[in-house]
Write a protein that binds this ligand. Structure first.
Ligand SMILES: Nc1ncnc2c1ncn2[C@@H]1O[C@H](COP(=O)(O)OP(=O)(O)O)[C@@H](O)[C@H]1O
Ligand SMILES: [Mg+2]
Length: 305
């Protein structure tokens, strides 16, 4: 079985500027994959290369085994891309926009599927509205619908929820989850890391055009700094035996390094023995955002080659 997406040594230069350096990774069929990275990391450039909108300066990209340059039509058919920017013809209605897109892929009589997409994205009532009359959130929904019109096995969403209301986010994710359960491969870029944490099973991180992480979500999250234990004590003095575990202070709480449950028992027994009152206790686990920020800080800054 070919990978849903495969990048092999992809580089992209704009003049002297390297937007992507030697990026290689693949996304397996059925994955719900997150592509993360700060603004300017190269996410949109990579997606444009995948959609054949931008040519890589080096390396190759494939969708469902089809090279995006040598086998453009098959590659293009295999992927639906929801672009970061809203692009549409203001004089078309929503339905016309989707029919036109179907025609682009040579698909006729697509009405049943179009109706289903419209219903799932909460767009049925807007089917006959002109694009220019829609709110930003509704236009965004049409961008998603447009990417799905040809039932692509691979669906790529480039920051689909940026600046979008909670209702759309929920509608969208419910639908995308269903498509993933039905076997579609999903690739998502987002600024909302809690979305990636909740939805995705694999994660890649880009920084300044380089791939700096590629991992199963749970493994990535376990790589983050270990758990810590927050303790509020009365009096607010840490027993000396616990000093080696001290990581820092958060407000009036002591933050201790917590490896495992045995350490927790030891901490509690030291507190009891010291005759200190335990006022509050909390275990803090790093979330994807902590790990992301950690990685963005810890990777050495690279010079532009
Ligand atoms: N057409 C272009 N010409 C010159 N520079 C570009 C062009 N498109 C993107 N870039 C630059 O490439 C880098 C990566 O951009 P982009 O892929 O949009 O990042 P991201 O989507 O991760 O925010 C940025 O520094 C951006 O300014
Ligand atoms: Mg972008």
């Amino acid at each position: 079985m070919s990978a849903a997406i495969a990048f092999d040594g992809v580089g992209k230069q704009y003049g002297d500027f390297h937007a992507l350096h030697d990026v290689s990774f693949s996304v397996e069929q059925g994955d719900f994959f997150a592509l993360l990275g700060p603004n300017g990391a190269g996410k949109t450039t990579l997606i444009s290369i995948l959609g054949g909108l931008t040519r890589a300066s080096r390396g190759s990209a494939r969708v469902m085994g089809h090279d995006v340059q040598q086998d453009y039509r098959a590659a293009r058919r295999s992927v639906g891309i929801v672009p970061q920017e809203l692009v549409f013809d203001p004089f078309f209605t929503v339905r016309e926009t989707l029919e036109f897109q179907s025609g682009y892929f040579g698909i006729r009589n697509n009405d049943d599927w179009i109706d289903e997409i419209l219903a799932n994205l909460g767009l049925s009532e807007k089917a006959n509205s002109n694009m220019r009359a829609l709110s930003g959130g509704m236009k965004r929904r049409v961008m998603v619908a447009q990417a799905l019109v040809h039932r692509p096995p691979v669906i790529v969403l480039d920051e689909p929820t940026a600046g979008v209301d909670v209702a759309l986010r929920q509608t969208l994710w419910a639908f995308i989850r269903r498509l993933n359960a039905d076997g579609h491969t999903i690739v998502l870029t987002t600024h909302y890391l809690e979305e990636a944490e909740e939805l995705c099973n694999r994660i890649a991180m880009l920084k300044q055009g380089r791939l700096i992480a590629l991992e199963d979500k749970h493994r990535l999250m376990n790589r983050g700094k270990a758990r810590s234990l927050l303790l509020r004590l009365k009096p607010a003095e840490l027993p000396p035996a616990l000093q080696p575990l001290l990581q820092g202070r958060r407000d009036d709480a002591f933050e201790l390094h917590l490896d495992d449950c045995a350490t927790l028992e030891r901490i509690l027994s030291e507190i009891r023995q010291a005759g200190v009152e335990l006022r509050d206790i909390e275990v803090a686990k790093p979330d994807l955002e902590d790990i992301f920020l950690d990685m963005m800080r810890s990777q050495p800054r690279t010079e532009q080659a």
